[in-house]
Design a protein around this ligand. Structure first.
Ligand SMILES: *Cc1c(COP(=O)(O)O)cnc(C)c1O
Length: 429
């Protein structure tokens, strides 16, 4: 499933991409995103949690495929509008929903200005919104008291989580809503990333109970995100049809109870984009440190932070042939001996290692032997990859490229040195 060497992606030469756009560069395969969207078409609404990968070209692709969008900040609302999403539509479906546990002042101003639907994750947020927009429709995000995550840091339910309205405070929130004439039309549960099916029936049960408490104003229920994806050989996909049927059964029972239709939304981030994305980097040094072989790349945790944050595993492949070598003289086919390598980046920080387990333990990866000047591709990097990038060590943010119909399109230029100091000021003496 994950090849050890690659020469191309979606029909485009990787060496060509690196020569044209430089490295490190994020590359996304549009066809993979489109296929993932199609996987979920049984849901009434697929709402992309754009924080996973928020380039406006990706948002535009989503919009053209009928996907709606979630925004967690004023900046993400700005991105959604820039990508052509309407702030609000006729009826109950909202092209953009603002979901958060707080309003910062910018976000509150932005939702009011554009009349963006709001999903409230705290009683304070509901109060602040209700006092400024009495009579509006709102969604409530509830923490049902339990959660699930691929790591403690992605578990978004339970007492340890800051997310959502605590389930025992739903009644208080309904009173706040009443006081401002707000109508609670949506209920949302996002309890973590990496949900499994066994756990899901518990979530659906919680939704039915909470929806019963809210009552007949409800028109939409949202299953949140958290659909897992694969990161290594042996990982398995959840059966999306089983996932859907559990939610659909809950929806139908609620429709029966309320006597009207309910829209069923799903809100994936990772699932739609993770497998579409590749971080293309160049091997710039190979060092032997005692018994360990280090491959050092021009990409680090400033470009892909998941390994250092969560000990996440990303598949890796080597692109045969140093970039400087003419394509005709590259031998891309003869098998290479394998090596156990530690793969790291350029940052002045010992944690800048892509092969690490949760807790920061350095591990190795079996890779084809490679040379300095060859490319190494970090795969399944489309979700929380570029989006979590930083300027640490004054590294420019990487370029982003979209592959569509055999063509490579630059969708974000690499930052320049001037970008790095933009806005900085030396005060006059
Ligand atoms: C992050 C997030 C998601 C997406 O989570 P994934 O694990 O990427 O699917 C969905 N909804 C909300 C509110 C989120 O914050």
């Amino acid at each position: 499933m994950f090849p050890a060497t690659r020469t191309e992606l979606a029909g485009v030469s990787l060496r060509e991409i690196a020569r044209r756009f430089g490295t490190p560069t994020y590359v996304y395969d549009a066809a993979v995103i489109e296929r993932k969207i199609d996987d979920l078409k049984m849901f009434d609404v697929v709402r992309f949690a754009q924080k996973a990968c928020s380039n406006i070209a990706i948002l535009d692709l989503m919009r053209r495929k009928g996907v709606l969008v979630d925004a967690v900040s004023a900046g993400e609302i700005h991105r959604a509008l820039a990508a052509g999403f309407q702030p609000h539509a006729a009826g109950d479906t909202h092209p953009i929903v603002y979901t958060a546990d707080i309003f910062d002042r910018d976000a509150l101003a932005m939702v009011l200005k554009h009349d963006i639907h709001v999903n409230c994750g705290s009683p304070d947020m509901l109060e602040q919104y209700g006092s400024r927009k009495p009579g509006a429709n709102v969604t409530l995000r509830i923490n049902p008291g339990f959660g699930h995550g691929h790591s403690q840091k992605t578990n978004t339910g339970g007492e340890q989580s800051k997310h959502g309205i605590w389930h025992e405070q739903l009644d208080d929130c309904l009173r706040i809503a009443d006081r401002h004439g707000l109508s609670v039309t949506g209920l949302h549960l996002h309890i973590g990333s990496g949900t499994d099916l066994e756990h899901l029936s518990q979530v659906c049960g919680a939704m039915e109970k909470l929806a019963g408490d809210v009552g007949r104003t409800l028109t939409t229920i949202s299953a949140g995100g958290g659909l897992p994806t694969i990161y290594k050989a042996g990982d398995t996909y959840v059966d999306t049809s089983v996932y859907f049927s559990l939610w659909d059964a809950s929806r139908k029972r609620l429709e029966q109870k309320f006597g009207h239709k309910l829209t069923l939304e799903i809100e994936p981030g990772r699932y739609l984009v993770a497998e579409s994305g590749y971080l293309v980097a160049e091997i710039r040094a190979i060092k032997q440190m005692g018994k360990n072989t280090f491959y050092l790349l021009d990409a680090g945790f400033n470009n892909l932070a998941r390994p250092i944050l969560y000990g996440s595993h990303h598949p890796m492949s080597i692109v045969p042939g140093p970039l400087d070598m003419a394509d005709a003289s590259v031998d891309a086919t003869s098998p290479r001996p394998e090596v156990e390598a530690v793969v790291g980046g350029p940052l002045c920080e010992s944690g800048d290692i892509f092969t690490q387990a949760e807790g920061g333990f350095v591990t190795t990866r079996k890779l084809p032997t490679a040379q300095v000047g060859e490319l190494l591709v970090l795969e399944c990097a489309g979700a929380y990859g570029f989006a979590m990038g930083s300027n640490y060590n004054s590294k420019p943010l990487a370029a982003e490229v979209l592959l569509r119909n055999g063509q490579a399109h630059l969708i974000r230029a690499r930052q320049t040195p001037e970008d790095l100091t933009r806005g900085e000021v030396i005060p006059s003496a």
